[in-house]
Design a protein around this ligand. Structure first.
Ligand code: ZN
Length: 244
């Protein structure tokens, strides 16, 4: 994929809304703008939830998803895991799902998948009829590439994907930016808070060390943003710096 294509702004969201009227009840930028949402989001509106743990030869890899308490409804970034399947444990990895609490699940108005690896979309099945924002390229790869994910966790009854070709502001102050590298269709979420932007980075790097190499377009982008960044497999939040 050419970076230019990934960055091109499109009208995909509006097109998707027109062809999928259910989304309208969840995406109400106009209403939110009236309330001055940009100034209303704060760092405290961002929450982290441990949704999986993977054990492999003595190592533990935690998996987190993030929430944004937005005035227009709760945004969930990645859905973690709610169960497991023998297919993902063939190579000796042991996956422990940690489903999100029901109280939180019941309030989710909008879902974003940074990408569709199984440990990021395993809980998508909890959200039939809820818009799930993903890059078009990511969904296509998940549906067609072998050993990419658990396909039944991506496509399930009631799955309502909103596909983007590039950047999109899905709610006031909540932006999706393509950040290819980990997967070709990977995206990050940028949240505008009263303290400046915060990046929900998914797997743009498995670690800050990896991110700070800046060796993919996605990592370069996040380094340029120079904002507090959350990674899906790292507990701490940090402003990443390029290593020379
Ligand atoms: Zn991944």
């Amino acid at each position: 994929m050419s970076p230019d294509a990934a960055w091109a702004e499109t009208d995909e969201l509006r097109v998707a809304e027109r062809s999928n009227p259910q989304i309208k009840s969840y995406v109400r930028p106009g209403k939110a703008a009236e309330k001055g949402v940009k100034a209303m989001l704060s760092r405290d509106d961002i929450g982290r939830h441990l949704t999986s743990e993977m054990f492999f030869s003595g190592d533990r890899l935690p998996g987190f998803c993030d929430t944004i308490e937005h005035p227009d409804g709760l945004v969930l970034v990645d859905t973690g895991m709610i169960d497991t399947t023998p297919a993902i444990e063939e190579d000796g990895e042991e996956w422990h799902p940690n489903p999100l609490p029901d109280e939180l699940v019941s309030r989710v108005a909008v879902v974003v998948n940074t990408h569709l690896h199984f440990d990021h979309c395993g809980g998508n099945r909890l959200f039939p009829g809820i818009p799930i924002h993903v890059q078009r390229r990511e969904l296509a790869d998940a549906r067609t590439k072998d050993d990419y994910t658990v396909r039944e966790w991506v496509d399930f009854p009631g799955a309502t994907y909103v596909e983007h070709d590039g950047e999109a502001e899905i709610l006031p102050g909540v932006k999706l930016l393509p950040a290819p590298g980990h997967t070709a269709g990977h995206q990050v979420v940028v949240v505008e808070t009263d303290e400046g932007p915060v990046v929900l980075g998914g797997d743009v790097g498995d670690s800050f060390e990896e991110l700070e190499r800046g060796d993919t377009p996605g990592r370069q982008l996040v380094l340029e943003l120079a904002a507090p960044t959350y990674l899906a497999h790292v507990a701490e939040v940090r402003v990443p710096h390029r290593r020379s």
